[in-house]
Design a protein around this ligand. Sequence first.
Ligand SMILES: [Zn+2]
Length: 113
Amino acid sequence: MAKLSLRFTPYAFAKLLFMRDIGDTEIGAMGISKKDDALLVQDIVMVKQKCTSSSTDFDEDGIADFFDAQVDLGRHPEQFGRIWIHTHPGNGASPSFKDEETFNTASLLPTGP
Ligand SMILES: [Zn+2]
């Protein structure tokens, strides 16, 4: 089986670097995938949230507004509801212990038939 990799367009990667460098807290966002390439992140959209140096907590109404806006743009949930991204100020890109716990408990959207 071919190795699958999550990739970013230069635009999306620039936004991720901006998020990383803008402050001292973690910042969370959702990755927007290309319609025909689920592993190519073409944009990053921040959701209303509370942030600390070691956590992000999305606002429930913020998530609802984000989903509504994405549907209004004609996107499908598999394009905007799968890739949760957050920064680790000062700690690199490797998942934290808390991230590993989240990976093990998070529910995933269906991938289709
Ligand atoms: Zn993390």
